[in-house]
Design a protein around this ligand. Structure first.
Ligand SMILES: *Cc1c(COP(=O)(O)O)cnc(C)c1O
Length: 368
């Protein structure tokens, strides 16, 4: 890992490979693997991650929005890309860039068929999303007849897969609920398989589903957080390696006397002589204000340095009273041992949120 002179996010592609291999080891040979690379591949670097995974022969990619898929196509990704949450306004782009939409409602299905017909498409691949209890996006079981009617009237599209999403795959206290979601999904799939003269493939599991519900792997699984090194469970985390390390540097050191205040709104007032370091990373880089006032910490020379006072837009100040360090020294915000999850927990958040918050102005450095 490099000695940085600025705030950077290092991406370790070997760790990514390790995570893929671990997750794939949970699957049977004919289960396909979809890599979820939405939100800049969970705040890392979607293009670099997708290029690397394409070389590892990952079957599918998923993004949330159309423009995320366009960025991958522009970068030369040729694998199938599922767009999980497209809006009808982007359907022309979806077809022009060979992206595959998740179709989640009757309104959206009708609009997509109309668009595919305008583009003179035949058998354009779509994926039908079913709601089995998350109540977020997706058709209900009751809408199957309506869907089949629409499908029967057009040659422009073809259903490549049926899928659903689990609400609490990481929480074994909710096992009963999850098993019910799996049962509902199977029932939906059976009804559709009976009525169509071809067989769309099936998928329901995210990362924690891969680990906890092997009976629901079906034809493909969709992994996001696991690829990036987190498994929503300490036992799972042991087998995964966080791919992202957020590093910065000490810009300046100040010595506060008892009674001196620090930062905006005098958020911290020294109760004793206190040495502080100012770091070039703030809420505009992804360190939310909640991490301030002693809730969050960074690591300097292997010691914890709590964030003092209010987080500024471009800076934080940390307590280095008991740390031997100098201006220009390296600072770890999170890495493979002081993980994003540990830091996120300090403010009742989760790895997903902290990782995806790292803003685009933080330079990405790729390690191959
Ligand atoms: C984001 C997302 C995933 C990935 O979930 P992880 O918990 O990160 O593995 C899978 N499926 C859908 C529909 C998603 O929106």
């Amino acid at each position: 890992m490099v000695n940085t002179q600025e705030t950077i996010l290092e991406i370790d592609l070997n760790a990514l490979k390790h995570n893929v291999k671990h997750l794939q080891s949970k699957l049977s040979n004919n289960t396909k693997f979809l890599a979820v690379v939405k939100a800049f591949a969970y705040g890392s670097d979607a293009v670099e991650v997708a290029k690397y995974l394409q070389n590892l022969n990952i079957d599918y990619f998923a993004v949330a929005y159309t423009y995320e898929g366009v960025a991958l196509r522009d970068a030369g990704i040729t694998s199938p890309i599922l767009v999980l949450h497209p809006q009808p306004a982007s359907f022309n782009t979806i077809i022009e860039r060979c992206l595959e939409p998740s179709i989640y409602s009757h309104r959206v299905l009708k609009l997509f068929i109309a668009c595919a017909e305008t583009h003179n498409q035949a058998n354009y691949p779509i994926h039908l999303k079913f709601n089995t209890g998350l109540n977020r996006l997706g058709f209900s079981e009751e809408e199957i007849t309506k869907i089949l009617n629409l499908l029967g009237k057009t040659e422009s599209i073809k259903v490549r897969s049926l899928f659903s999403h689990l609400s609490a795959s990481e929480d074994l206290n909710e096992k009963e609920f999850t098993l019910k979601q799996i049962k509902t999904f199977k029932s939906i799939a059976n009804q559709i398989h009976q009525k169509l003269d071809y067989k769309p493939f099936l998928h329901q599991c995210n990362t924690s589903g891969i680990i906890n519900y092997p009976e629901a792997h079906f034809d493909m699984v969709r992994s996001g957080i696991g690829l990036y090194g987190f498994g929503n469970d300490p036992k799972v985390n042991q087998h995964l390696k966080p791919i992202a390390t957020l590093k910065t540097i000490i810009s300046q050191i100040h010595t506060l006397k008892k009674g001196d205040s620090l930062g905006y709104n005098r958020g911290f007032v020294a109760k004793k002589d206190t040495k502080t370091a100012t770091l070039p990373i703030g809420h505009a880089d992804g360190i939310k204000r909640q991490y301030g006032n002693g809730n969050g910490f960074v690591i300097i020379n292997n010691k914890k340095a709590p964030i003092l006072g209010n987080v500024c837009m471009d800076m934080i100040m940390v307590d280095i009273t008991d740390i031997d360090c100098q201006e220009g020294d390296q600072v770890v915000v999170f890495d493979q041992s002081h993980t994003a999850e540990t830091l996120a927990e300090k403010v009742n958040s989760i790895s997903y949120e902290l990782l995806t918050a790292v803003s685009q102005r933080v330079k990405r450095v790729i390690h191959r």
